[in-house]
Design a protein around this ligand. Structure first.
Ligand SMILES: Cc1cc2nc3c(=O)[nH]c(=O)nc-3n(C[C@H](O)[C@H](O)[C@H](O)COP(=O)(O)O)c2cc1C
Ligand code: SF4
Length: 501
């Protein structure tokens, strides 16, 4: 994208932007009004429920109240990645509010918000923050995990590319609340555009005095650096990432000690995902309870969901925590349903390391506990839908190859098990499988899971086991028929009965 323009074009563009900013500022005010109206109506609703009065919309009321956008509010605003436009639309307002609050109060609000880590593990953010020692002889660090390498996951890049100042504002608030001196944003190396946008935002924030020394006249110094990764998926694991930041190869560390106690450069460190940090300004601005109320029990706030597969509207969408998979898939506001001629066979809720789920669970809410109850996980909340043309054996083999390739090699079960599983799966797909191979694969999964330094081992075992157990018939069919009953990927579209024959 070129930024060079004639004077006239630039003038016109800045006029347009000013108009956009004004109308967006108006929109923000309207959104806030709508928001407070909603809060009032929710309060009336909950008063009704407490008094036993019949409720018009019992459980969906909270979730559907937020057609409002927060995390993605600036995505459609032209040049919101520039500080002037960001500020004109309410940017850095939460930071100013945070400066009037003490760290403990901010941490309490984050705890109250039920913000769960958006990087996949779902650890409660406020609780993690409270583990960081208050006093430290060495500077404390914030490390933002922007490695975004999980197959099927592509939400953080939107936040970095389209709304980098929101993210920086979140970093500065976190640093203020936790007494942190330095921040590294570790960005997946392939995301050069995100790296450029973040760096541009950082430069602007220094110029405006939001970063650097004595920020906004406070006794508070904070510096932020962008650090591009070198291409290893394992550097998304927080301790592998820390090793990478220190200039070593990204081999995860044993935990404990956890990074909050011994992190980067042996110093106390908070590692948080991009989306987790980008949510912080909203919690400070509107309060922890407001954020919690937008979701379901233990899962607060709005969230970005990525939708991919043979659906009508793949992309990134904002919706409340606890929205059902069906609503995300079928609503025209979101996925718009499966494409013509494609029938849903299964989905994975949040990246390839989650267990696969059948369509009978489409009405389950997207939260960590509801997803655990059906044997899967919310993960990153980026859903991949698969149609009936998808060969589950080929897919499982593909995943095993991916994890084998990305294994850092420190643990025998992960290093050897992933490659062995990939070979056995290849042989089943190629028609050389034996029935006992299925037991063998399940046995491998049992021996990998829980027996490794980091959770990459589990990320192999969980999906491999789940595909075999959920689609046993299909694995057996490959073995009995001595080959794959599905068309080759190159011929897999469009779906027709004769294709599958
Ligand atoms: C193999 C592996 C890869 C991971 N990749 C990412 C990633 O790309 N981005 C991310 O935010 N978290 C990733 N995680 C999770 C991080 O280890 C960590 O839980 C997260 O960054 C914490 O931030 P949060 O609490 O805000 O989610 C990965 C974990 C594992 C085991
Ligand atoms: S589980 Fe795999 S990726 Fe993780 S430390 Fe062990 S060998 Fe490395």
């Amino acid at each position: 994208m070129t930024e060079e323009k004639s004077d006239q074009e630039s003038k016109k563009e800045s006029e347009d932007n000013a108009k956009d900013s004004a109308s967006n500022a108006e929109e923000t005010a309207t959104a806030e009004k709508a928001d407070s109206d909603k809060q009032e109506s929710d309060k009336q609703e909950s008063d009704k429920q407490e008094s036993g009065e019949a409720s018009a919309q019992p459980t969906r009321a909270k979730a559907s109240r937020t057609q409002e956008k927060y995390l993605s509010r600036n995505f459609d605003i032209p040049k919101a990645y520039n500080i002037d436009v960001y500020e004109a639309n309410g940017g850095y307002r939460a930071l100013k509010k945070a400066f009037d609050m003490d760290g403990e109060t901010i941490i309490e609000e984050v705890k109250k918000s039920n913000l769960r880590g958006r990087g996949g593990a779902g650890f409660p953010c406020g609780i993690k923050w409270s583990f960081l020692p208050k006093e430290s002889d060495v500077p404390k660090y914030l490390v933002v995990n922007a490695d975004e390498g999980e197959p099927g996951t592509f939400k953080d890049r939107y936040l970095m590319e389209l709304d980098p100042h929101r993210h920086l504002e979140g970093c500065i608030i976190a640093a203020w609340a936790l007494g942190i001196r330095y921040c590294y944003i570790f960005v997946r190396g392939e995301l050069q555009f995100a790296i450029d946008r973040l760096q541009n935002a950082i430069d602007q924030a220094y110029e405006k005095g939001y970063l650097g020394e004595k920020i906004m006249g406070r006794d508070f110094d904070f510096d932020v650096y962008v650090h591009p990764g070198a291409g290893a998926y394992i550097c998304g694991e927080e301790t592998g990432l820390i090793e990478g930041l220190e200039g070593k190869s990204g081999q995860p560390r044993m935990k404990p000690p956890f990074p909050a106690v011994v992190g980067v450069f042996q110093a106390p460190t908070i590692v948080n995902n991009v989306e987790t940090i980008s949510a912080i300004p909203f919690i400070v601005e509107h309060g922890g309870q407001w954020f919690a109320d937008m979701g379901i029990e233990k899962n607060g706030g709005p969230k970005l969901y990525g939708l991919s597969g043979p659906i009508n509207n793949p992309g990134v969408y904002e919706a409340p925590s606890g929205i059902t998979v069906r609503e995300l898939l079928e609503s025209d506001r979101f996925g718009g349903g499966m494409r013509d001629g494609h029938e849903l066979k299964a989905f994975i809720p949040g990246g390839s390391s989650c267990a696969v789920v059948k369509p009978e669970h489409l009405d389950v809410q997207l939260g960590f506990e509801p997803m655990q109850e059906i044997g899967s996980s919310l993960g990153t909340g980026c859903l991949t839908f698969m149609d009936t043309n998808t060969c589950m054996v080929r897919l499982t083999a593909r995943l095993a190859h991916f994890y084998h390739h990305e294994s850092c090699g420190q643990c025998t079960p992960c290093r050897e098990g992933s490659g062995w599983a990939a070979k056995v799966l290849d042989s089943i797909e190629a028609g050389r499988g034996r029935m006992e191979d299925l037991e063998l694969l399940l046995d491998m999964c049992d021996n990998i899971q829980g027996n490794t330094i980091c959770a990459l081992g589990d990320s192999i075992a969980i999906p491999v086991r789940s595909y075999i157990q959920t689609f046993t018939d299909e694995f057996e069919q490959h073995i009995k028929e001595r080959g794959c009953p599905f068309p080759a990927w190159s011929k897999a579209e469009p779906h027709s009965d004769s294709d599958a024959a």
